[in-house]
Design a protein. Sequence first.
Length: 151
Amino acid sequence: MRIIPILLVIFSFSSFASPDESLAVGNWKCDSFTVGEGDEDIFDVSHTVEYRVDGTSTDIHVYRLKGMEDDVWLKVSHSGPWKINGNTITEKAVKTIILDASIPELKNSVEILEAISYEGEVFISEIIELSQSRFITKDKELEEAGTCVKV
């Protein structure tokens, strides 16, 4: 009779196991999103991320200015450490670099870099699903879910 409670305990731990951190390692293409001031969405942002075995990651964001006749864009790298603990992924932005821009002057603009930098910020998300091909998280602050697919 003691075996049944033991099996129930083992089953309950296995059914709520933490995601395997190694599944996150690799390159992911994530949902696009928009950013702006107040209710005005100014940029459409495409997003890819690479999680590495050494616990570092690099997010690449391509910001495209909405409503412009000419294609105005900025390609930015945000990098820093990441860690999965239980069903939570924590990422810290340590370095932001403007990689490229449709207008060369934007690439060297200190003002633009300051405006789009996340340096020092910590992002905490709940892991909804993590498999070999899909990674779904829900940002703890924004309460928004996002999906990434392995590339």
